[in-house]
Ligand binder design. Structure first.
Ligand SMILES: [Fe+2]
Length: 412
């Protein structure tokens, strides 16, 4: 056995880190497995983890054989049931905490939309506080925050969409390297990007059928209306106002309201535009059912040249994963699982919570497995993902499943 659990205090340069005591996603490390090269990596590991797993054979320096117990208990080795259970517990705990912040944010957005509809002015300072909490929860565990974006409700589409776009945009811009202060400004714009819809008549906003040309013209006023609502507060930075006004602009100049072209559109504006389209197309609306995330990402990527830019779209796909956390997936064997963690170096083989076996029978106790480990073990693999499935196709409600997993009541 060449893998040893080592408390972070005992780490040295030259040791090969093969696993952390937390998901790799959200950490600064690009690869799942690397040799510690410098003090910066040492301090990053010490800041993030209690212990890591070191591979002796791949290390250039001796590795202590009798590491100290972590928090009084021997830490489980990665890949063992105990290790995956520990990671699942962590994800559940962070998702539960994130859920509470999300509920607060949702209450705020609903209230702002309601007040704006009545012509009352918006308190942008309160919005900044709400965004600050969301940014912190994404920094704590981006996977948990992204999992929560699967909490959707057709009847509250506009307000939940605002939260989801904020989370997706902030998680994406965080991966692009924006600092926390910038993320708060970007998140403010993303959270309020559709605030102008408060002035759109509800019969148009919630119309189940096809919109007439006149109704389209009305709905397309919302970026300018939103800009006006928030500019009037005198409390919103220009970059956030730009997101609100320009989130429907496209690189080819065919967007609205101003028909801007590529050089006039900033990365945060385009990042919000991507998150907006992605969440809209994967959500159930009054007039259409949401589409599977892999199909949406593929379609957006093919169209990215004229809309958001290929490079940025690739970055977004790297951030959320082809199979985003919270997606239901069908494996080649026919088994059904829920994606619970996407590692940066194996985005096509995430960790899943196995819910049904190959014959479609529900597992008594859902089991968390690493598809990357399973595929590495097998010659021909039944563990490869065949496709993303929607809840209705397999009679599983991902939102209900999430809430049950994190132990909260059935309401989004
Ligand atoms: Fe919009």
């Amino acid at each position: 056995m060449s893998e040893v659990q080592v408390p972070v205090a005992s780490l040295r340069q030259g040791m090969y880190v093969s696993a952390l005591d937390r998901p790799w996603v959200g950490t600064p490390f690009l690869f799942q497995g690397f040799v510690i090269q410098d003090d910066e990596q040492l301090s990053q590991l010490r800041g993030l983890c209690d212990f890591v797993v070191v591979d002796e054979e791949l290390s250039c320096v001796p590795v202590p054989r009798n590491p100290l117990p972590v928090h009084g208990a021997r830490a489980p080795a990665p890949g063992t049931d105990a290790a995956v259970r520990r990671r699942m517990r962590l994800l559940r705990r962070n998702a539960r905490a994130g859920y509470r912040h999300r509920q607060t944010s949702h209450g705020y957005v609903r209230w702002v939309l309601h007040d704006s509809r009545l012509g009352r002015s918006v308190d942008a300072e309160e919005a900044r506080e709400v965004v600050g909490v969301l940014v912190d929860s994404i920094a704590a565990d981006a996977a948990a925050a992204l999992w929560l974006t699967h909490l959707k409700n057709r009847d509250e589409y506009t307000s939940l969409h605002c939260i989801n776009v904020c989370v997706l945009t902030v998680a994406f811009c965080r991966e692009l390297g924006y600092a926390d202060e910038d993320l708060k400004t970007i998140g403010l714009g993303a959270l309020l990007h559709d605030i102008g819809k408060a002035w759109t008549p509800l019969e148009i906003l919630n119309k189940p059928g096809r919109l007439t040309d006149d109704e389209f013209r009305v709905i397309r006023r919302h970026p300018e209306d939103g800009y006006q609502i928030m500019k009037d507060t005198g409390q919103v930075p220009a970059e956030a106002l730009a997101i609100i006004r320009f989130h429907h602009e496209r690189l080819n100049g065919r967007g609205y309201p101003d028909g801007l072209r590529s050089h006039e559109l900033t990365t945060p504006v385009l990042a919000t535009a991507i998150a907006d389209v992605y969440d809209a197309l994967t959500s159930d609306r009054v007039y259409h059912a949401g589409r599977p995330s892999d199909a949406v990402l593929r379609m957006m990527y093919e169209d990215a040249g004229g809309s958001f830019g290929r490079e940025l779209m690739e970055g977004f796909i790297r951030c959320v994963g082809i199979y985003p956390v919270g997606s239901l997936v069908e494996l080649e064997s026919g088994a059904i699982g829920l994606v619970v963690s996407v590692e940066p170096d194996s985005r096509l083989l995430p960790e899943v919570l196995l819910l049904r076996d190959a014959d479609g029978r529900p597992l008594e106790e859902p089991m968390r497995i690493s598809l990357a480990d399973k595929v590495a073990e097998a010659v021909s693999s039944p563990w490869v993902i065949r496709r993303v499935v929607r809840g209705e196709q397999v009679d599983i409600d991902p939102a209900e499943l999430l809430l049950r997993e994190i132990g909260v009541g059935l309401s989004v």
